[in-house]
Design a protein around this ligand. Structure first.
Ligand code: CP
Length: 336
């Protein structure tokens, strides 16, 4: 008897009645509507049901080929896309630029054309340059998923963060979500800001003035020119920011993207901006602690908080598989 079911039953079968997804690519959350986010969340519920089965696999994407092309390091995103593709019965090829013909001078365009020519239908790409996945999406027939581009966007991280928050807090309207740390260089923060704004959360960003996005004023006054970000409350004092928080999200200092001179020292940064037990006590009792990873424990977050009962950090990683299954599934059965 075959271990793998020949038809996708249960919750997946219920998804067949959903209207086809109009979206060809997932590049950021800035143009996602609330109904689109709801569809991803509902589809993720179905994928979680699949992942909870004795054999966590369905043939929904059998015959499809998915390529992950990563120009930057990754543990969570790459592993979870691979697991997601396999759980849906797709073939998956992982290409690291550091171990590919990119090292012989092959261009981004030639690399993605090559992957398309070998038969890939969906491309998951991570690149150090903001906008690279957009350039690719304009020039290939494949569906493109942005697995993180420079400082710009990380939409599937944003979706898994929304899913994790909603699974604990329900409707996010009016919930106070505090994002702390290196907002300036964080693609995770940007995608979260768009998703949270669309779902009606109260968003607070808290950082030293040097780590706020260009144009965002530390005193919270309106910027001179409109920012390409949704409106947020800006705080530079962590204790004030945390008052009444429902969600506390710490970010890693993206030292690899940072010019020198933005921080006096890591020790000083940790003194003022580390989420530790004492500071967390200012948030609502039981406030959800999140971090997209990778963490630098002892810098932006204390080990005690990262491993506390309030921490949803490992749950975020686990949810990443189901959310990425949902995204791959929706793209594969949407419009070509
Ligand atoms: N959050 C995240 O993107 O982690 P990785 O860099 O490990 O993929």
């Amino acid at each position: 008897m075959s271990e793998e079911p020949t038809v996708a039953g249960g919750a997946i079968a219920a998804l067949e009645v959903q209207p086809a997804w109009e979206r060809r690519h997932v590049l950021d959350l800035d143009d996602f509507t609330r109904p689109e986010i709801e569809i991803v969340m509902e589809t993720t519920d179905a994928m979680k049901e699949v992942l909870g089965r004795e054999v966590p696999r369905v043939p929904a994407l059998r015959g499809k080929t998915i390529v992950t092309l990563f120009y930057e390091a990754s543990t969570r995103t790459r592993a979870s896309f691979e697991l997601a593709a396999k759980a849906l019965g797709a073939d998956v090829i992982n290409v690291a630029a550091s171990d590919s013909s990119v090292q012989k001078g092959e261009s981004l365009y030639d690399t993605v054309r090559t992957l398309q020519a070998v038969g890939a239908q969906i491309l998951v790409i991570r690149h150090g340059s903001s906008g690279a996945p957009y350039l690719v999406a304009r020039r290939v027939e494949m569906n493109v998923v942005n697995g993180g581009d420079g400082w710009h966007a990380h939409p599937t991280q944003g979706l898994l963060d929304l899913y994790t928050m909603r699974s604990h807090l329900g409707d996010l309207r009016g919930k106070r979500v505090v994002i702390i740390g290196d907002i300036a260089h964080s693609r995770v923060a940007r995608s979260n800001l768009w998703g949270l704004a669309t779902l009606g959360a109260e968003i607070v960003v808290c950082a030293p003035p040097t780590l706020l996005p260009y144009g965002m004023r530390p005193d919270g006054s309106p910027p001179e020119e409109p920012l390409a970000l949704p409106p947020v409350i800006v705080e530079t004092d962590l204790d004030r920011a945390l008052e009444g928080a429902d969600v506390v999200m710490a970010l890693r200092l993206q030292l690899e993207r940072m010019a020198s001179g933005l921080l006096p020292s890591l020790r000083e940064y940790a003194r003022l901006y580390q989420v530790n037990e004492e500071r967390l006590a200012r948030a609502r009792p039981g406030a959800l602690v999140m971090h997209p990873g990778p963490m630098n424990e002892g810098v932006e977050i204390s080990s005690a908080v990262a491993r506390s009962l309030q921490s949803a950090i490992e749950e975020q990683v686990t949810n990443g598989v189901a959310v990425r299954m949902a995204v791959l599934y929706l793209l594969a059965r949407g419009k070509p």
